[in-house]
Design a protein around this ligand. Sequence first.
Ligand code: BG6
Length: 492
Amino acid sequence: MLLAATAYEKPTVANNNQQFTIVIFGASGDLSRRKLTPALFHLHSIGALPERCRFIAFARSEYDDQTYRKLLFDVASDSYGADATKWVEFAKEIRYITGSSNDLESLRHLDEMIKSDTAGQLEDNRLYYLALSPTLYEGTISALSEAGMLDERQGVRRLVVEKPFGTDLESARILNENIHARAAENQLFRIDHYLGKDTVQNLIVFRFGNTIFEPLWNRNYIDHVQISVLEDLDVGDRAAYYEHSGVLRDMFQSHILQLLALVAMEPPATNDADSLRDEKAKVLSATRKPNPQQAAENSIRGQYNGYRELDGVSPASATATYAALRLYVDNWRWQGVPFFLRSGKALRRKYTEIAIQFRQPPHRIFDVEDASGLVPNKLRIVVQPDEAIHLTIDNKRPGPELRPQAQELSYEFPMGMRDAYERLLLDAVAGDASLFTRADEIELSWAVIDPYVNAWETELASQLYPYAQGTWGPIAADQFIAPGRYWSNPIG
Ligand code: BG6
């Protein structure tokens, strides 16, 4: 049964009468050209950004404004071409500056340019987006600080930082410490683009806007939780990065643990950024940190066939492109409930789902011969590609006998969902940090993931299972979740 979908709402204007300058460092890179600029264009064309919003693209490559604008257009002509007039209006607000983001002279030049643009105006608000290699974060932030460009006396100065934030707990701690020496936590917006996805935000509304699920959302009624982030794409041209990162650092530390935190957290007192992030942090800190033996027993890892032949990958590479973990959240609500998390590259389909598997009814009164007759309730929250919520319930099978049959109640989200980056850019401009990860969350997430990364480097590690591309990953993953439990794969 399909419930009716409501139309997608246009975002509201962030703060219309503000003056804002958005600077993208690393503007000639892929993220900027493929994701950020199309997102900004769309926000601009629907009037969701402040009216006096200017864009400065900053990178090392030598371009002039015209060449850079053309480059942008060519990369995402699908996004811009449909509305040529709006593109022209938007493009004329983009200026390009050649420079190094950690070089004081280049930054001073940038600063002068923004100041002369905003001269005579009351405010000079800025958003610096670091679409840079993580190795440049510290140098850039320190140079910005030295140039006085993080000083908030003339207007806000916000920093948006992409993932990965550190490569383990220790490096994340050091990075946080060094950044905090130059910028306050409330100036920092650490991106986890999964939090910008509509269905992910819906988890908050779904859990805390309804009364019917919350009383069941605990160890008394839930058998286990599954979070699957499956990708059909392989590592593509990012092999050199991926070889050092692997699936745990690339997907689990950030996206998957954020999903887990939203599923498992207690109701926050309000929906302001800190209440929400406090609750997520509590879940992460209650998530069990296994010793090496336990970490090895509660995980399996795989690598797709063909990965070792890629450029930048060692022929004997032990990097996992697939992982499944069994985690426990040690608190009253979740004691003893396993959270099965999995993610992998080069799988059959792109599919992200959170599945809440409820327990069997305590006593069966029906005679059921075939196993499909009586299934425990399952709630599936599909994050992508087709956002939906499905609830499996048992109903009477039509006919003379009193026999149950499993059916699904479904709600499919309307089409036209915008890219996660739009939501996040808009929030960063508005100064709403709810959908950005705080320093403690980042460190707590590394503290959860590090034991698995480390265990896999010891002799305790289970075998690295090869799997064929286009499958659901290693067969061993099915044994890992068994007995009596099965991965919730999409049909087809
Ligand atoms: C990124 C990872 O953070 O997320 C990539 O580095 C991954 O490896 C991507 O492909 C997945 O994002 P999405 O939105 O396509 O699910």
